[in-house]
Design a protein around this ligand. Structure first.
Ligand code: 2BA
Length: 109
């Protein structure tokens, strides 16, 4: 069994949720915040059998898309002004960032 941790953009989370339910995957959604953009994203925890991982990755890939997002300038409070960018910068935020972890034990009481 594996635990899949998928960080996705908020805009894709409902669509992904619906697709997971439709395909009988059980998932938990956590509200999360990206460390770089410091804006909201959604983290899915999905426990599933090893044999279903390829199908699950396909569903995540099909329901999450990359987007350009602007990074607003943040003034360096007491920090190093050399690294301060006074203008917004565009970054591509991925469709999904996915980690697949082995599970030692699974209990469902
Ligand atoms: P954020 O940390 O807010 O990052 C948003 C996007 O900003 C990233 O998209 C990437 O394009 C860019 N970015 C992040 N750190 C950067 C840096 N040090 N320099 C330049 N650009 C940077 P994604 O790579 O698609 O990541 C989307 C979200 O997935 C991240 O939001 C974070 O919440 C999560 N994530 C990505 N990689 C991770 C990792 N190795 N561990 C844990 N969470 C991760």
């Amino acid at each position: 069994m594996k635990l899949v941790v998928a960080v996705v953009q908020d805009q894709d989370s409902n669509r992904l949720s619906n697709a997971l339910t439709k395909n009988q995957f059980r998932a938990t959604k956590l509200a999360s915040t990206g460390g770089f953009l410091r804006s909201g994203n959604t983290t899915f925890l999905i426990g599933t059998e090893d044999s279903l991982i390829p199908k699950l990755l396909d569903i995540i890939r099909d329901n999450c898309r990359a987007r350009e997002q602007m990074v607003a300038p943040v003034s360096p409070l007491g920090g190093n002004a050399d690294s301060y960018l006074p203008y917004p910068v565009e970054v591509e935020v991925g469709g999904a960032t996915v980690f697949v972890l082995p599970i030692e034990q699974f209990h469902h009481f």
